[in-house]
Design a protein around this ligand. Structure first.
Ligand SMILES: C[S@@+](CC[C@H](N)C(=O)[O-])C[C@H]1O[C@@H](n2cnc3c(N)ncnc32)[C@H](O)[C@@H]1O
Length: 216
């Protein structure tokens, strides 16, 4: 079911997403195709305009939220959960509902995290947000029990920044759950990740794989 509401930066829709433990309501732009492109730092001091990929719910985000919800309070209660490249943040909402102790959703898009914060308020869920790119995240030294990311390997620069970030933000006995729809960059990224992490992979619905990274 979809209900039209005002969003933080334009007309929005409340979309009910069916998850194993019950429906979760996500807030998204009513028409992602009319959301403005955003300036993103490019090489040197340049700026590039990037499409607002955050503005729609991707199959990987839905599938990762499903996996988080399935894991439930037995796995999530009291845990510290960080979502990277959160877009509309459905996995973060699912983690908060499952009883995670702290949830932080980050994306380089300030618009994206404003929509996540608004969705969390509407659902009465505690989800912190921050607008920060992968190459500037993790400076506070915080370590997370579970690091989530859905469909973030679609560019070499972002993929490399993510690879450098993960060891810095994941607790010694923590895990990374990376949901990916088989982007061209993924095989190279996973081959490099296996130098650092033990990686196990299982299929999720809609052609999405869940790669679980643990320290050996
Ligand atoms: C394809 S969208 C996926 C959104 C969401 N995770 C989902 O699955 O529905 C990729 C997301 O990663 C974010 N992103 C891309 N490069 C990033 C970077 N270098 N730092 C932080 N976020 C980034 C984009 O803004 C976007 O929200």
């Amino acid at each position: 079911m979809h209900r039209r509401v005002a969003g933080p930066s334009g007309p929005g829709v409340l979309e009910e997403v069916a998850l194993p433990s019950g429906t979760l309501t996500v807030l998204r732009p009513a028409d992602p195709d009319v959301v403005a492109f955003e300036p993103v730092p490019g090489p040197g001091a340049s700026e590039e305009l990037h499409p607002p990929h955050w503005a729609r719910l991707w199959p990987s985000g839905r599938a990762l939220a499903h996996a988080v919800d399935d894991a439930g309070p037995e796995r999530l209660a009291g845990r510290r959960v960080l979502e990277l490249g959160c877009g509309l943040g459905l996995p973060s909402l699912a983690a908060a509902r499952a009883g995670a102790g702290t949830v932080l959703a980050i994306d380089r898009s300030a618009a994206a995290v404003a929509w996540v914060a608004a969705a969390a308020r509407r659902c009465g869920l505690a989800v912190g947000t921050a607008a920060v790119p992968f190459d500037r995240a993790g400076d506070g030294g915080a370590r997370w029990d579970l690091v989530l990311a859905a469909d973030v390997l679609y560019g070499v620069a972002a993929a490399d920044a993510l690879a450098a970030l993960l060891p810095r933000v994941t607790a010694p006995d923590g895990q990374v759950w990376l949901a990916d729809p088989g982007r061209p960059e993924t095989p190279r990224w996973l081959a490099a990740a296996r130098e650092v992490w033990t990686v196990t992979t299982r299929p999720l619905p809609d052609g999405v794989d869940l790669h679980v990274l643990r320290r050996p």
